[in-house]
Design a protein around this ligand. Sequence first.
Ligand code: FEO
Length: 401
Amino acid sequence: MYCVKKINSDLYWVGASDRRLALFENVYPIPRGVSYNAYVLMDEKTVLLDTVDRSVSDQFFENVEHVLGDRRLDYVIVNHMEPDHAATLAEVIRRWPEVKVVCNAKTVPMIKQFFTFDIDSRVVLVKEMEMFCTGRHTLTFVMAPMVHWPEVMVTYDTTDKTLFSADAFGTFGAINGNLFADEVNFERDWLHDARRYYTNIVGKYGNQVMALLKKASAIEIKTVCPLHGPVWRENIGWFIDKYVKWGSYTPEDKGVVIAYASIYGNTENAANILASELAERGVKDIRMYDVSAAHASEIISEAFRVSHVVLCAPTYNGGIFVNMENLLHDLVAHGLQNRTFALVQNGTWAPVSGNQMRKLLEGLKNTTILEKTVTLRSSVKDAQLSEIAELADAIAAGIKA
Ligand code: FEO
């Protein structure tokens, strides 16, 4: 049976949620599920904006067919070719053989790579700010390369001031009845997943996100329809402000993430002592993560949120303990900037993890790495207590500055 949400007189949400999938992109845990949003605009011409992941295709087609009723589908706009939104494109063509595919020039080769249907005979190529009239509505298109793939564009309905924003302004989390962000407590219940989604999926492409935000700032936006998560029609500026922070790698909060690896608990002990010393100095926002227990996507997300990141790791196989090394590669791959890092290393006979962590972090732009690495020889002794206290002094001073 169909499960459709009406957004306004002409626009319908025809997406669906997946609460079974354990790992989004086969890597990111999504305990709250995920929605794949698609939209149908009912005008003199009928327009489908994007499709969905294969996993929810049955629900999606029931929804689209219900909204169309006895009308045919005239156009499908492809804003993004990643299969979580385009996997069912071939089935759309099969069901509505006369449908035209509206997309930009970068999208066509991707369609050919993923599918075998004849795109050349049905494509309507659009360019930046080209106008596309469907009757009462006039749509236009804004290219958004690398937010999150090179072919990405967003579609703007100039009539209703609705932005179909592709992956931008999306979030992990299934839609639980309430489609609109103003119907839920987004800051309490969704922001964490929105940040984890943004930072892990798009975090590397801050410059491109800022370019899109600059273009978006020139147009009036009343509604934002992303490809994942709630639709925005109120307080959009609050969410845009989050995007400005994330896209520009500006910390949201003056706080500390302590990510530690510990084999027998001794490095963890140092991390706990450091956290306690920071608390003594009045630092309120301290989050600790065992890199062998917490998923890297959680730590990446928190590292984007706060101003200071402490990494504590034993030496292992003459290098960095493996889970910490993986986290570091992930951090560097996501291009985090404008942070202060501090390091704690441990080694029973040859501690080298600190230097190796430092080398990896040196690949990050606009980053400060505190000069003094605290070195443990197996476990914390009195000599290290003063070093940890000095590290806490430096971090606390940075936070208060
Ligand atoms: Fe939700 Fe880049 O796809």
